[in-house]
Design a protein. Structure first.
Length: 335
C-alpha cells in the first residue's frame, strides 16, 4: 500500500443529528505529510467532520480509512478514538497547577531526544518549570499541542487553533504547525473560523457548505477561482458583475460567456487614466487601509467595484478607466 496515496480516505461520509443533516456524502483523500484546511461558515460541518475522522463522533453513513484501517466511531469501541490520530480542540484542558514538565512527562511516549525536539518545535522548552496556571492562552495551547505530539501520532487534527490569538501569535502558530509536519513527519488537518488564517499555511483547501463539499484545491485556486459566491465571501472581498457592465469590462458584447455572473477580487482590477483602454468609471470613495488604498468606482450601468492601489490613489469624483489585470483569474458562476 502507498501511504502517500492512501493515508486518509473519506468516502461518502454522512451524518444526521436530531433530524438535521450535518454532513452529506463528503469524500476526499489526504496524502501523508500534507497540510489540509477545512473552510466554511459556522454550522457548515467542519468540526463535526474533524470529530468523525478522530473517531469521536459516529457517522450515519460512509467510511473513513486511516493508513489502511477503518476508523470506528464511539458506538463501535469501548474507548472513543483511533490509534495514530490525535485531536486538539479549542480548549487546552491542561491539568491545573501542575508544572508543565510533569504534564508532559506523564504523556510522553518518545525517547528523550525526540521529546526535546517536540519541545523545541512547539517553542515551550523555557516553559517546562512553570505551572500550567501561570501560562498565557497561547502558551497553554502550545503545551497542549506538545502533549499530543509526545504520544507519537501520525495525523494531527486541529479544531480552531487560531481562536483568540492576535496576529503575531497566529503567525507563530502557523510556523509551528508547518514545522510539525516537516520535522516530525506528522500530517495536519485544520479547521479555522477565519479561512484567511489558513491561506498562508495550507497546501490544500476543502470548502464545506451546509455539510457538502463544494470545492477542493490549492489555496490560490480556491481564492482566485471560487466555485460560488459563498466560497468567494469566505476568503475576503470580491466584486460581482453581470449584465451590460460585465460585457463592457470584458469587451465582449456578443461572445457567449461561461456564466452570467463574474466574481473578481479587488486586486484583480486595475485603474488607468480616463482616456486609456477599459471601461469609463468615476471614483466614489477612497479608503486608506494600511498597505493599500481601496478605491470604489461606479460603472456606467450602476455597478460599484472595489479596487486596490498601493500609492497615489485618484481623487473622489475623478474619471478613470477600469480593466481586469492581465493575470486576473476569471471566476464565472451561476445566478
Amino acid at each position: 500500500m502507498s501511504e502517500t496515496a492512501d493515508f486518509l480516505t473519506v468516502t461518502d461520509l454522512s451524518l444526521a443529528e436530531r433530524g438535521a443533516t450535518a454532513l452529506q456524502q463528503v469524500s476526499f483523500r489526504l496524502p501523508a505529510r500534507r497540510r489540509l484546511a477545512l473552510a466554511g461558515e459556522s454550522g457548515a460541518g467542519k468540526s463535526t467532520l474533524l470529530q468523525c475522522i478522530a473517531g469521536l463522533v459516529q457517522p450515519t453513513g460512509g467510511e473513513i480509512r486511516f493508513a489502511g484501517r477503518r476508523v470506528k466511531g464511539p458506538q463501535e469501541v469501548l474507548v472513543p478514538g483511533h490509534e495514530g490520530i490525535v485531536y486538539l480542540s479549542q480548549k487546552s484542558d491542561l491539568p491545573h497547577s501542575l508544572r508543565v514538565e510533569q504534564v508532559l512527562r506523564y504523556a510522553n511516549k518518545r525517547p528523550a531526544a525526540e521529546a526535546a525536539a517536540v519541545y523545541e518545535v512547539c517553542r515551550i522548552t523555557h516553559l517546562l518549570p512553570r505551572r500550567t496556571d501561570q501560562l498565557s492562552g497561547g502558551e497553554q495551547q502550545r503545551v497542549a499541542l506538545a502533549r499530543l505530539l509526545l504520544s507519537g501520532p501520525r495525523l494531527l487534527l486541529l479544531d480552531e487553533p487560531f481562536s483568540n490569538l492576535d496576529r503575531v501569535h497566529k503567525q507563530q502558530l502557523q510556523t509551528i504547525l508547518r514545522e510539525v509536519g516537516e520535522e516530525l513527519n506528522i500530517t495536519c488537518l485544520l479547521v479555522s473560523h477565519d479561512p484567511t488564517d489558513t491561506l498562508p499555511w495550507a497546501e490544500e483547501m476543502l470548502v464545506l457548505q451546509q455539510g457538502r463539499l463544494v470545492q477542493q484545491g490549492p489555496p490560490e485556486q480556491v481564492y482566485r477561482q471560487p466555485i460560488n459566491e459563498y466560497t468567494a465571501a469566505l476568503f475576503g472581498d470580491y466584486n460581482r458583475l453581470h449584465g451590460p457592465d460585465l460585457r463592457a469590462l470584458l469587451a465582449t458584447p456578443r461572445r457567449r460567456l461561461p456564466g452570467p455572473v463574474l466574481l473578481l477580487r479587488p486586486e484583480s482590477l486595475v485603474l488607468h487614466a480616463a482616456e486609456a483602454a477599459g471601461v469609463r468609471a468615476h471614483v466614489r470613495a477612497v479608503r486608506f487601509l494600511g498597505s493599500y488604498y481601496e478605491v470604489e468606482v461606479a460603472l456606467p450601468a450602476g455597478t460599484h467595484l472595489r479596487t486596490r492601489v498601493t500609492a497615489n490613489p485618484p481623487a473622489v469624483g475623478t474619471a478613470v478607466a477600469v480593466a481586469p489585470a492581465p493575470d486576473a483569474a476569471l471566476a464565472f458562476v451561476q445566478e
